[in-house]
Design a protein around this ligand. Structure first.
Ligand code: GCU
Length: 453
């Protein structure tokens, strides 16, 4: 198998990309001189706090990455048809088998949509609001998820849409009193939660992450779902959420879907609804996710080509960050603290990242040639900003293979200077692990360029 050799030593980066059979040698002058680098004081502080994790670029080990354009049997992908029919399914299967697990079903036969709220004069007339209960099995007791949708009002055409899971319930994204309060499980530590259920006090508590009016002003719609409707985020042996409704065997195989698999599957079912909604431009749906939900957005976008654009906000380990870099969070750490997120096979690679049959640049390549945007934050070293950027960069050969430009810079850009080239976007902003209005505005800039309204 042909490999891309990637060596980080003394801040010096050299790699060889094979583009459609043509080896292209890219020499880099050094990531410490150009673009962003982590503040040493921050690396020192984090190291003091968690000495078992690496926060220094010079300690990233040498590693090799698989070329996404070389098949498992060693042959090069010669044309887009081979990518679509052979290599893409091959990589997808590797991710199913070794990382996120396999959903036992795609669209269930009894999937139903109950649009229980439509208000064409919502938010003081600015928005059309819809709320939709998606029932996965046709049984009254569920499982089901509620989609909250805001669309810009008084627009003649169908509108492009951002779709994303939220962490604390639909009513937390805006103070609109008509949003149905979520009834699924939530951790008691979350603001306004009592006895693991949301109360009225949770309305709007997460609105800073969801600038609804600003999104509408720019001509986009927004749809969101509480991720716990699909699978409450704690390890209960997969007894709640959508898993028990569809898992066939009692003994779960090593490649059975985990929580991320279920959350991503839910986004695909939301797309099933969107395809029926005549107010939405279904050809221009972007999925967005922050952190664990960024990992989820990437996996959903990789597996479902109906999504035109995929946005990873600070997704880190198991998301956009390359696992082999072992910078910040590692495969072992994520599998230990969150044993329910991935499939059991992934745990076999704890401390053995070099043996993984995939790395996360291959996940990004599954999104090609569609739009992908990856974003990091400079204080979020746990998520490895460099690793997040590099997986976008190393997916570029696949974009180029499809005649798209790809990123024209081969080093991480400076702080607050987004790059949006070809079908790929990346930025690193100042601040902490979070989804901010700055991030949203950049995603909308990118969407303005490429997702025609
Ligand atoms: C933890 C976890 C990350 C995850 C994050 C989040 O920090 O280690 O992998 O992205 O939680 O989802 O907030």
């Amino acid at each position: 198998m042909k490999l891309i050799k990637n060596i980080f030593a003394c801040f010096c980066l050299t790699f060889i990309l094979s583009v459609a059979g043509q080896a292209q040698d890219l020499q880099h002058e050094g990531i410490s001189q150009k673009g962003w680098t982590a503040k040493k004081e921050l690396s020192d502080t984090l190291t003091k706090r968690d000495p078992e994790f690496n926060y220094y670029e010079e300690n990233v080990p040498a590693f090799e990455l698989t070329d996404p354009l070389i098949m498992l049997d060693g042959t090069e992908v010669a044309d887009p048809e081979t990518w679509k029919l052979k290599r893409r399914p091959e990589i997808l299967e590797l991710f199913r088998k070794f990382v996120y697990g396999r959903a036992p079903i795609e669209r269930p036969e009894d999937l139903s949509f109950d649009v229980f709220d439509v208000n064409r004069e919502a938010l003081g007339g600015k928005a059309i609001r819809k709320q939709v209960r998606v029932n996965f099995t046709g049984k009254n007791e569920g499982p089901f998820m509620d989609i909250l949708i805001y669309l810009p009002n008084h627009v003649k055409k169908t509108v492009p849409l951002f779709l994303g899971l939220n962490f604390q319930g639909n009513q937390t994204i805006h103070s609109d009193p008509a949003i149905r309060i979520n009834t699924s499980w939530l951790p008691n530590e979350k603001e306004g939660v009592e006895n693991n259920r949301s109360t009225e006090k949770t309305r709007g508590v997460k609105s800073s992450r969801w600038p609804v009016e600003k999104i509408l002003e720019r001509g986009y719609g927004l749809a969101t779902i509480y991720y716990g409707d699909l699978d409450p985020d704690f390890h209960d042996g997969f007894k709640n959420g959508v898993h028990p409704a569809f898992d066939k065997q009692d003994a779960r195989p090593d490649d059975a879907w985990g929580a991320i698999g279920a959350w991503a599957w839910g986004l695909c079912r939301a797309m099933d609804y969107i395809e029926t909604d005549l107010d939405i431009d279904q050809k221009h749906v972007a999925i967005i996710g922050h952190s664990r939900l960024g990992k989820t957005a990437l996996w959903a976008g990789a597996r479902d080509e109906r999504f035109a654009m995929v946005i990873s906000n600070n997704s880190g380990c198991g998301g956009a960050a390359l696992s082999r870099r072992r910078f910040g969070e590692t495969v072992e750490r994520i599998n230990t603290v969150f044993p329910h997120w991935f499939c059991d096979n992934f745990k076999k690679y704890n401390g053995k990242e070099d043996d993984l049959p995939v790395d996360q640049h291959m996940l990004i390549s599954l999104i090609a040639p569609r739009l992908v945007y990856i974003a990091s934050a400079d204080e979020d070293l746990w998520a490895d900003p460099h690793g997040e950027f590099l997986s976008a960069l190393y997916a570029n050969p696949v974009y180029r293979f499809f005649g798209k430009k790809g990123l024209e810079i081969d080093y991480i850009p400076p702080l607050g200077k987004p790059v949006q080239q070809g079908n790929t976007g990346y930025h690193i902003r100042t601040g902490k692990h979070n989804l901010t209005e700055y991030d949203w505005q950049r995603y909308m800039d990118f969407a303005d360029k490429y997702m025609s309204k």
